[in-house]
Design a protein around this ligand. Structure first.
Ligand SMILES: C[S@@+](CC[C@H](N)C(=O)[O-])C[C@H]1O[C@@H](n2cnc3c(N)ncnc32)[C@H](O)[C@@H]1O
Length: 358
């Protein structure tokens, strides 16, 4: 079955048309290149130039891609082809459009109704501050709000945020706050939460997300991931990273009414990624500043700094930056892929880093 057919049967209650593209958020428009069928999408853009103008205005990054498609394919010769093409395009990205148009259809799907016992067997949410990252229609957040002290549902799609707010009001849950944001840049302070949960919402920028989760969860708190599929094979790379020494997640499979599932969890700080912390992890004032710079740079730019970036920030020579990187690595304070630029990762939790002095 093609993914288009899968979506048609999965979202049988949804009526989608090409103008639903106007509902997309800028970041969702960024997913379109490489996802929709090109010839069909080009036919749509030729037939409805306003759609091209809207998409390029809302997310200028996609403008060259749209113009490339228009140049590559001629307009359809007949009036029928753009209509059939539009239908194909719309159903290829149906999940995005359903979030923005009819979240109740998404909310009714059985696959994300997972067993709450599986979460509470890892940690009790009673009186805790919980973040549901990539909250969707708020299935996890709404359930957590029944027992937690405070719940923050993080969701980048505006229509879904409204859905969660309305549902919380209907249920009389006044301890649930809905936030706009991405998992790799959570708009909350360091060590803010006791528990962070993702449900079918992980891996757009896996390394950045995992780093950010450890920043917002306090030492001793828990991070729990319930990914979308039961089989590891389809997400092998993600499974390997989560359970690697770097990230140190525990893993189990379990059975639910609609089939087998898997979950990953870790306690922040209690079991550090590399095992017990050696005494050598104490660092000098200067080393601390490098660690803080690498950490902050990665947060702001979404990728680690190069040695040239460090050199220009610390106003020093290339050899001294390089020596510093080697020393930090030898002391187990950073990890990197030797010879590959922009792979440095700070191995200490954010709360153990000093303030960056600028
Ligand atoms: C498959 S849904 C899962 C929703 C919900 N957690 C559930 O289990 O039903 C994924 C959600 O993540 C949101 N999302 C997409 N990109 C994201 C990102 N970079 N950070 C956080 N959430 C994101 C989507 O808008 C969508 O609501």
């Amino acid at each position: 079955m093609s993914s288009t057919d899968t979506f048609r049967s999965m979202f049988a209650g949804a009526e989608l048309d090409i103008e639903d593209l106007y509902l997309l958020e800028a970041f969702q428009i960024g997913y379109v290149p490489g996802w929709v069928p090109e010839a069909e999408f080009s036919a749509v853009l030729h037939a409805q130039p306003a759609i091209r103008r809207f998409l390029a205005k809302k997310n200028p990054d996609v403008a060259p891609y749209l113009d490339g498609l228009l140049a590559q394919y001629d307009p359809a010769a007949d009036a029928e082809s753009p209509v059939a093409a539009a239908d194909r395009v719309v159903w290829t990205i149906a999940d995005l459009l359903v979030y923005n148009k009819c979240p109740e259809v998404y909310d009714a799907l059985a696959f994300h109704g997972w067993d709450w016992q599986e979460v509470t067997s890892i940690t009790n949410l009673q009186d805790k501050t919980v973040i549901d990252a990539g909250a969707g229609t708020g299935r996890v957040a709404l359930e957590a709000a029944r027992s937690a002290r405070l719940v923050f549902a993080l969701e980048p799609v505006g229509r879904l945020r409204r859905f969660i707010r309305e549902r919380a009001a209907e249920l009389g849950l006044h301890n649930l706050y809905v936030l706009d944001g991405f998992s790799h840049a959570i708009p909350l302070p360091d060590s803010f939460a006791d528990v962070l949960i993702t449900s079918h919402a992980l891996g757009w920028r896996l390394e950045d997300e995992l780093l950010e989760f450890e920043r917002v969860v306090r030492g001793g708190g828990h991070i729990i991931h319930c990914p979308g599929t039961a089989e590891i094979e389809s997400e092998e790379a993600q499974h390997r990273r989560l359970t690697s020494e770097d990230w140190g997640y525990q893993f189990s499979r379990y059975q639910e009414a609609d089939g087998p599932k898997r979950k990953y969890w870790k306690q922040v700080g209690a079991a550090l990624p590399r095992g017990p912390r050696p005494a050598s992890e104490e660092y000098t004032q200067r080393q601390g500043q490098y660690l803080a710079f690498i950490y902050q740079y990665t947060r702001v730019h979404g990728q680690p700094p190069s040695e040239a970036d460090m050199q220009s920030f610390f106003q020093t020579s290339p050899p001294s930056v390089h020596q510093m990187v080697i020393r930090l690595e030898e002391r187990g304070l950073i990890a990197r892929v030797p010879g590959q630029p922009r792979t440095i990762k700070v191995l200490l939790p954010a709360r153990e880093l000093p303030k960056l002095e600028v």
